[in-house]
Every structure is written in C-alpha cells, then in structure tokens.
Design a protein around this ligand. Structure first.
Ligand SMILES: Cc1cc2nc3c(=O)[nH]c(=O)nc-3n(C[C@H](O)[C@H](O)[C@H](O)COP(=O)(O)O)c2cc1C
Length: 142
C-alpha cells in the first residue's frame, strides 16, 4: 500500500457516506487482504503519524477485525513503536502473528548496502520463513 501520504487526516465526522475515496480504497484493500504486513520506523519513540492516521480510518468498521497481521522491523531499536503498534493493533482486533520475529538490521545503510544484506542466503531464508509462517497460520485459520 503506497497511499499513506494521500490519506486525509482521520475525522470521525467523515465516516459512512462521507468517507473520502482514499480512505475507502484503504478500507477495501485491507478488507480484501488475507493478511497485513507492516514495516515502519519509529519517530520520537512513537508510531509514525501517517501510519497511525491510516489505522484510525480502519477503527470503527470490520476491516481489521480478526485480520491476521505481522510486524517486521528494519531497526534493532524502535522498541517503543513496536510496543505501541502491537497495543493499537490488538485493540483494533487485528490478530498479530508473533511466532516469527523478523528483524533485519538496515539502519544507517545505503541502498546498495541494503541490497547486499537483503540478498544474503541467511536473510533471504529468514524472510521466506517469516512470510511462509505467516501464510501457513492464515491458511490454518480458514
Ligand atoms: C525524526 C526522526 C525521529 C526518529 N526517532 C527515533 C526513535 O525515537 N527511536 C528509534 O529507534 N529510531 C528513531 N529514528 C530512526 C528511524 O526509526 C529509522 O530507523 C531511520 O529513519 C532509518 O529509516 P529509513 O532508512 O527508512 O530512513 C528516527 C528518525 C527520524 C528521522
């Protein structure tokens, strides 16, 4: 999903028939998805505002209810954002998949260095195992 920057700021007065088309598209995409994978940075010990705004558009409807979700991290820090995001998503009734904690450390790396890290056999295996574990858990629920 690449529309975080186009979403209007959430306003509960703009729900129902007044839901903006960008928010409606996000809600439809999450509703249609088998699961959601979120990877985000931490800003000032918090969840980035753009991501929180997107989640807020999903709160008072069914899109997130019982929706499998997995968090992946590109920083070994970001512990506040992880804890906050888990709490927010559990409150929204996402089902967090936490059996595979995928953390690949890319902080401070330039794109070519990231490319080199992400293509090592070890990291490819870790990513594949995490996504397969998530997919298997989703299949097991249906
Ligand atoms: C304004 C700002 C605030 C940040 N605050 C934190 C923080 O509180 N904790 C943390 O672990 N990382 C913090 N970071 C680092 C980011 O979470 C992230 O790891 C870093 O921006 C690298 O991500 P990028 O390669 O996508 O830019 C901050 C970065 C920025 C730009």
């Amino acid at each position: 999903y690449d529309g975080l920057g186009r979403l209007p700021i959430f306003n509960p007065d703009d729900e129902g028939e007044r839901t903006p088309p960008e928010a409606a598209a996000l809600i439809e995409a999450v509703t249609a998805a088998d699961g959601v994978i979120i990877s985000c940075p931490e800003y000032a010990h918090g969840v980035p505002g753009g991501l929180k705004n997107a989640l807020d558009w999903l709160v008072s409807r069914d899109a997130a209810v019982a929706k499998p979700a997995m968090l992946v991290h590109a920083s070994p820090r970001s512990l506040y954002a992880r804890a906050a995001l888990s709490e927010i998503m559990r409150t929204m009734s996402f089902v967090l998949f936490e059996e595979t904690a995928l953390e690949i450390v890319l902080i401070g790396k330039k794109p070519p260095e990231m490319e080199a890290i992400l293509t090592t056999a070890e990291d490819r295996l870790a990513m594949r195992a995490a996504v397969q574990g998530f997919a298997t858990s989703i299949r097991g629920r249906t």
